[in-house]
Design a protein around this ligand. Structure first.
Ligand SMILES: Nc1nc2c(ncn2[C@@H]2O[C@H](COP(=O)(O)O[C@H]3[C@@H](O)[C@H](n4cnc5c(=O)[nH]c(N)nc54)O[C@@H]3COP(=O)(O)O)[C@@H](O)[C@H]2O)c(=O)[nH]1
Length: 531
């Protein structure tokens, strides 16, 4: 990524980081306000439903008592029973005997009362008289429930009488079978009957519609539903109050995050600048970590590992600067430098040791063009080494751009330079993905080697990786071998090569060369021959 692009990306990331937390805080405020108001609405609807259910229960109990009493209708005993039922109930206003749509006698006495024409028959055979006319007044406050020959009357508003504290909340109890027509059994304020459809098969539901937050609760006992509709203004006020608490905290978090991104980017950019300076000042050098053939213990190669020593003497590890070099586009220059350092260190060493190899790490950017192949060709030409003296290590991440990777890998292998997939198992690639590439070695990541013989969840992974590499015909190099037990396990499981502190830490080329003296037959022969 170029300097400008990095700068732009950083600013964009900082802007997003600054805006997202306050936005999330506002969404959280909306959610909390909705939950609170929805809980209130549900509470009102549930309470209304409980009262309506109790009204129905009192009506049906009274009617059953009268029907089972065996007293002749409107007899003195029957009317006495009606009065007792009426007095002992909290909701019933009157209960009586119905003849031809008229309450012929009731707990109020002998005078008759027409039940009106607005009557609905439920599927359970109950008649609901939604407007029982009281005298000349057509807007009757009474509602009647009739089963068989008896009916109980109620004051329509009785189940609503406790909600004086929330006068603008609409409330209604509706019979679920009344559908499009019919008056609610009881109601206050605006209620839309179509809201019932939102219940579907649920027992209760809350939702926002138009100017209301609505709760609908179905009765457990009867075919009724209670509805409570809270005006949206309540919700808006509660959202604003919650936002006043949460958004400032979100804003602070957002600004802190944006600042952290800017500081991190500044640090990255300063390291990137320092890297460019270091390249000019030649502050890099290589260490080589031997790669051991497990069956013989022989050093058969070494991985070149880059180090940066600043003018101050400070040593910086590749874990810190390689990722930044990759992000800032300096990595191809660094790889070029590594190749020149190998050339400088090894000289004609690889001609002397044709069986020895140097492994080089490449990054994703190195694979974008075949220029890397030309650099390696030049290294071979200038050192007199054979292609088999080089192994190229590619991380799974570098292989993500499979098109470019395939092109470079193919060019390398055509020359006889072998290719290893590095840090295998740490993410990114799938088996089928790897199978589609021509590879020679699979390096088993240190994290899996560490887990050998432990109770770590990944302890079994290494066996799977070994089986998989075998099946793909790949040779294996285990990374980070630190104990003899790990080495024994790897030998027993057929892993051919390893590197790690058990055998040797990364060392300078001079140390490598000295340590190899006499250990390789080539060098021993030459020494014996006095060359
Ligand atoms: N693109 C490039 N990447 C490079 C280059 N040089 C190094 N790197 C990558 O940086 C990562 C860290 O490397 P380093 O700090 O050098 O660590 C290596 C070994 O020192 C370490 N190691 C080896 N054996 C052991 C061990 O037994 N225990 C232990 N704790 N650490 C051990 O592992 C690193 C080697 O890893 P790998 O390359 O995966 O084989 C690292 O990812 C390097 O690849 C470069 O020039 N270019």
């Amino acid at each position: 990524m170029g300097k400008r692009a990095l700068f732009g990306t950083t600013l964009l990331a900082a802007a997003i980081a600054a805006l997202v937390p306050p936005w999330l805080a506002y969404r959280e405020a909306e959610y909390q306000a909705y939950r609170t108001e929805a809980d209130f609405a549900l509470g009102y609807a549930r309470d209304l439903m409980r009262r309506v259910d109790e009204t129905g229960s009192q009506a049906f109990r009274g009617i059953e008592q009268l029907a089972k009493s065996g007293y002749p209708p409107c007899s003195a005993q029957s009317q006495e029973l009606m009065r007792r039922i009426d007095l002992s109930s909290t909701y019933i206003q009157a209960i009586g005997y119905v003849r031809g749509g008229v309450l012929a006698c009731s707990s109020m006495g002998d005078h008759s009362l027409a039940l009106g024409t607005r009557t609905f028959r439920t599927s359970r055979g109950v008649l609901i008289h939604t407007e029982v006319p009281l005298g000349k007044d057509s807007s009757s406050p009474l509602i009647g429930i009739q089963r068989g020959d008896y009916a109980a009357l109620f004051h329509r508003d009785l189940p609503l009488d406790t909600w004086t504290a929330v006068p603008d909340v609409s409330l209604a109890a509706l019979h679920l079978e009344m559908r499009d027509s019919g008056t609610p059994m009881t109601n206050r304020g605006y209620v839309d009957r179509s809201w019932l459809a939102r219940l579907e098969n649920r027992r209760e539901v809350t939702f926002l519609t138009g100017q209301y937050l609505v709760a609908v609760v179905r009765s457990d006992k009867y075919l009724n539903a209670g509805v409570a509709a809270v005006p949206r203004a309540h919700l808006d006020r509660r959202t604003a109050a919650a936002a006043m608490r949460l958004v400032p905290a979100g804003t602070v978090a957002g600004l802190a995050l944006a600042l952290a991104i800017l500081l991190l980017a500044r640090r990255q950019m300063s390291i990137a600048n320092a890297l460019r300076h270091a390249l000019r000042k030649d502050e890099f050098f290589l260490l080589y970590q031997p790669i051991v053939e497990l069956a013989t213990g022989k050093w058969v190669g070494a991985e070149a590992l880059l180090r940066w020593r600043r003018a101050t003497g400070e040593l910086i590890g590749p874990d810190l600067f390689i990722p930044i070099a990759e992000q800032t586009g300096t990595i191809t220059k660094l790889t070029g430098r590594v190749i020149r350092l190998v050339q400088r260190d090894a000289g004609r060493f690889l001609v002397d040791f044709p069986g020895f190899h140097i492994a080089l790490n490449l990054s994703a950017s190195d694979l974008r063009s075949t220029a890397i192949v030309d650099l390696l060709d030049r290294l071979l030409a200038q050192t007199g080494a054979r292609p088999a003296n080089l192994i190229v290590e590619l991380t799974e991440r570098a292989l993500l751009d499979i098109g470019s990777a395939r092109k470079v890998i193919s060019a390398l292998r055509k020359r006889g330079i072998e290719v290893a997939v590095d840090d295998f198992g740490t993410g990114y690639s799938s088996l089928s993905y790897l199978e589609s590439l021509e590879l020679d070695y699979l390096k088993i990541d240190r994290s899996f080697i560490e887990a050998i013989g432990t109770r770590a969840p990944t302890s079994q992974v290494v066996s799977h990786i070994i089986r998989m590499a075998d099946a793909m015909g790949l040779r294996m190099i285990a990374e980070g071998v630190e104990t003899q037990a790990q080495a024994d396990f790897l030998i027993a499981n057929g892993v051919q090569y390893a590197q790690g502190w058990l055998f040797a830490k990364p060392i300078s080329f001079d140390e490598l060369s000295r340590a190899l003296d006499g250990t390789l037959p080539e060098r021993a022969d030459r020494l014996a021959a006095g060359q």
